[in-house]
Every structure is written in C-alpha cells, then in structure tokens.
Design a protein around this ligand. Structure first.
Ligand code: SF4
Length: 249
C-alpha cells in the first residue's frame, strides 16, 4: 500500500480543496454569512496545516474538532457523528452524512440502513469493531437533504485526516455522494461501482448505499451487485471469500 508523508498529505489536502473549488465550490454566494464561513474554514485549514502537532490519533483529531461550528449544520445537529471502529482498520466504509438515528446517538450507521451495513460487514467476515465507519459530513443535514458544497469544503479535511491516521488498505464508499466526493467526479454510482478506483494511492471500491438497498428491497440484483463488490474487496485484502448462493438472498 502506498502511504503518504505528512507533507504530501497536506499537499493532498490543498490539492483536494483546489479540485473541489474547480468543480464549482468557488461559485458560492457572497453573502456576509458565507464570507464569514469561508474565513472560518480558511482559518481552520491554516491552523491544521501549521499546527505544531497535527493529530496522530483519531482521539486527538476528535478533540481538535471539538464542538465544530465551521458550517451551519452545527446549529441543527444533536450530536457530531465523528466515526466508529478500529483505528488500525484494514477496511474503511465511508457514507454520506448522519441520518436522524445517527444524529440522536452520535454513532454512524445505526438506523435501519445501518442494520444492512452491519449485515454486509458480517457477511464478509468482519465485526464493526474490526473495521472503521464514517461519513463525509459529520453533522446531519436538516431533513436529510443533500450536502451543500460549502459544507463539504468545511468538513472534508476531517475525513481526509481520518484516512491519513487509519491508513486503510481498502476504502469502500457507500453511494453516489461519498463516491463522487472522494473521487472528485460527477459519474453516476452505477458506472463507478464494480471496479476499483484510487484515492491517493488507496484502492477504493464504490458500492450502493444501504439506504438505496432499503428503498429497493424487492430488487435482489442490487444486493448481489454489492456482494460482488465485497468479493473484490476481500480478494484485494487477500482474505477468503465465503460461499454464497443466489438462493440464499
Ligand atoms: S458538518 Fe463538519 S464542518 Fe460542518 S459543523 Fe459539522 S463537523 Fe463542522
């Protein structure tokens, strides 16, 4: 696995934010409120770059994030949902943003869709404690609306740092939003899933979001598509692939 030095990591962060800007984030409304948010974000990024001791553990990163107010989602959240699992995980799942259950409990993927993700994790031979689960956004967008570009710009450095600390061997992105954000593309998930991409040298497998599977319970093909993605993940990790027949559902 390729790993990043701290210097290249921060260069990657800057490059990533530049890429986001190129993909449209520089077209933000110029209200005073937005200007203030952008200033806050710039200050935060500068602080993270110049810090004497950049976070080296998830706990220290979590402490650094504290009661984050970098974007407006801070005013409507009940809990900031940082992430859960193993700091030494070989495999990281990245979703979009917390939902109502996650916001209430402060833990990622604990609702009905979370139950599906837990079953997927078990089916490939892991427990939730052995892998790591987080989202692109750490706070719930009101009524589960799609994240706004300025929210991604504010929050994505946290995800990048989580990945830098964990250094997983494989990343699985769940659904369109997480996949498009990490791969900086507008391609639909249907075209991206089923094959590995690279995220700063780390193999990244996009697959359907558990909420999508939930909404399409009747369509077993989607479940088999996810299973076939997970088989590739296991093979990438040099792990045995459990037998599973279409009839088992
Ligand atoms: S979504 Fe991210 S940037 Fe916005 S307040 Fe929450 S933690 Fe901070």
């Amino acid at each position: 696995m390729e790993t990043l030095s701290r210097q290249t990591f921060y260069e990657s962060v800057r490059e990533y934010l530049r890429e986001l800007a190129e993909s449209g984030i520089d077209g933000l409304p110029e209200s005073d409120e937005t200007k203030e948010k952008n200033i806050n974000t710039d200050l935060f990024n500068a602080q993270m770059r110049t810090s004497d001791s950049p976070p080296e553990t998830l706990e220290s990163l979590r402490q650094k994030i504290g009661d984050c107010k970098l974007c407006t989602l801070s005013s409507s959240r009940k809990n900031l949902v940082f992430g859960a699992g193993n700091e030494k995980a070989r495999l990281v799942f990245v979703g979009e943003a917390p939902g109502a259950d996650e916001d209430r409990q402060g833990i990622p993927f604990v609702g009905e869709a979370g139950g599906i993700l837990t079953r997927i994790i078990r089916a490939i031979g892991f427990t939730r404690d052995e892998i790591y689960i987080c989202n692109v956004l750490k706070c719930r967008p009101p009524a589960n609306r799609n994240p706004h570009k300025e929210e991604i710009a504010s929050c994505s450095p946290f995800l990048i740092q989580q990945l830098e600390i964990i250094k997983p061997e494989v990343i699985v992105t769940l659904g369109t939003f997480a996949t498009q954000t990490l791969l900086n593309t507008k391609e639909p998930i249907s075209r991206l899933r089923g094959k590995f991409h690279l995220y700063h040298g780390i193999p990244l497998m996009p697959t359907f979001h558990p909420s999508f599977l939930l909404r399409n319970k009747g369509n077993k093909q989607y479940y088999w598509d996810v299973w076939s993605d997970m088989v590739q993940v296991l093979q990438k990790l040099n792990l045995p692939v459990p037998e599973k027949n279409q009839g088992q559902g």
